[in-house]
Design a protein around this ligand. Structure first.
Ligand SMILES: *Cc1c(COP(=O)(O)O)cnc(C)c1O
Length: 410
């Protein structure tokens, strides 16, 4: 078939089996188990000779369709859907590392990812070497023979710092390391991870892909560009499954045995979310640009950060990696914490909440919430000031958002 645009592709990914009623929406298969015609057929299935859904913790039709859609949309070689973003990240690292191994990771990470790397993985003997990922020599100094991967977030939140992906890909390639990106902030319609040397993409589909804060989900995407023979933790799988060794290890071991599957009801929401993803991102991006300009023009606003704005120092990188759309989260500052709180309390349309990429615009004061357990020094090192607020921009009519901000600033 001719190569089509993102939304056209999303709307036309075929089902793995024809629907008997020609339903235009993938039906929601709410069934734990699936029947076989004969004892011989079950035997063939367990031998791997007859492929069919068996038990929904390992695979099910509606979740499979979500995976097929995401695979087509990311032009990748394999996708596994899981129960949350954290399940995507933990399953990936459990599959790729064992006790004694280490990974290198950015030090400005989503909070629970940092906790996973800093608290949970060390209990299993896996070490994380944190770096600001800004200097090639610093990173190379952290690499040893037990290093398995470099892990980073495409855009850090809430600092909105764009990773130097070209440099990271070059280092990973030179040292035969896997490059793993959490691309939650930059959805697949604006970021083609495989094109930039990323081997594994992990996504919290709870955010953009769920279609507007409808459900929890995660996805692990294999871009098919890593030689799995280079990772001895996949030895049992490379011979038989070749380029699919990583997803095979997840399906036959880590994912199956830890039970983090996506619910079919969730997959139904997430399928719909992919259909309207591009539309929503375009609208949120437009709103970000208009809000950015408006905030810049207000004298009470001390600074505005959104790398999608031409005036922002991150704009060139946003253009190079994300087609000018570095997600749709922005931040801005007022003169004091008290001014931020007074502003937030006056808002009538923008919601005070901690999620990202809802259809509604959400605001939070990171210093007193997400970073409340950090010391003042740690907050300073992470660039978190008490004068700063984060805005996750939604799809409302922009004049209403501007009006809301205008009245709250008074
Ligand atoms: C939300 C988020 C996660 C965690 O995802 P959950 O679906 O909440 O488990 C991981 N990384 C980033 C960048 C996120 O924003």
């Amino acid at each position: 078939m001719k190569k089509t645009g993102f939304t056209t592709t999303a709307l036309n990914v075929p089902y793995s089996k024809d629907d008997p009623h020609k339903a235009l929406q993938m039906p929601l298969y709410e069934s734990v188990a699936f029947e076989f015609d004969s004892a011989e057929q079950i035997e063939a299935n367990f031998k791997g000779e007859y492929v069919a859904h068996v038990y929904s913790r390992t695979s099910s039709p509606t979740v499979e369709y979500f995976e097929l859609k995401l695979k087509a949309l990311t032009n990748s070689s394999g996708v596994l859907a899981v129960s949350s973003g954290m399940a995507a990240i933990s399953n990936t690292l459990f599959a790729l590392t064992k006790a004694g191994d280490n990974i290198i990771a950015g030090n400005r990470l989503f909070g629970h990812t940092y906790a996973l790397f800093n608290q949970t993985l060390p209990e299993f003997g896996v070490e994380t070497r944190f770096s600001d990922l800004q200097s090639e020599t610093d990173i190379e100094n952290l690499i040893d023979t037990n290093t398995r991967a470099i892990y980073f977030e495409t855009v850090t939140n809430p600092q909105l710092q764009i990773a130097n992906i070209d440099m990271l890909a070059q280092i990973a390639n030179k040292h035969n390391l896997l490059l793993i990106a959490d691309s939650t902030i930059t959805p697949p319609n604006v970021f083609r991870a495989g094109k930039f040397g990323i081997n594994i993409e992990v996504i919290s589909t709870t955010k953009y892909i769920s279609g507007g804060a409808t459900s929890f989900g995660g996805a692990i995407i294999d871009h098919g560009n890593y030689d799995w023979k280079l990772n001895s933790n996949l030895d049992q799988y490379t011979e038989k499954f070749k380029q699919n060794a990583f997803i095979a290890k997840l399906r036959k071991n880590i994912y199956r045995n830890t039970g983090g599957s996506m619910a079919p009801q969730t997959a139904r929401y997430q399928i719909q979310g992919l259909d309207i993803l591009e539309l929503r991102v375009e609208k949120c991006h437009k709103n970000c640009l208009a809000l950015g300009e408006f905030l810049h023009s207000e004298s009470k606003v001390k600074s505005v950060v959104y790398p999608g704005l031409k005036s922002d120092p991150g704009y060139e990188a946003a253009l190079a990696y994300f087609n000018g759309v570095p997600g749709t989260i922005m931040s801005f500052e007022l003169e004091s914490k008290e001014a931020c709180f007074a502003f937030m309390n006056q808002l009538q349309i923008i919601r005070r909440a901690t999620n990202l990429n809802d259809n509604k615009t959400l605001i939070i004061h990171p210093h007193s919430t997400i970073y409340s357990e950090f010391s003042e020094n740690e907050r300073a090192a992470a660039g978190i000031r008490n004068t700063m607020m984060r805005l996750s921009v939604g799809i409302e009519n922009v004049e209403d958002l501007i009006g809301d901000i205008e009245q709250a600033l008074e």
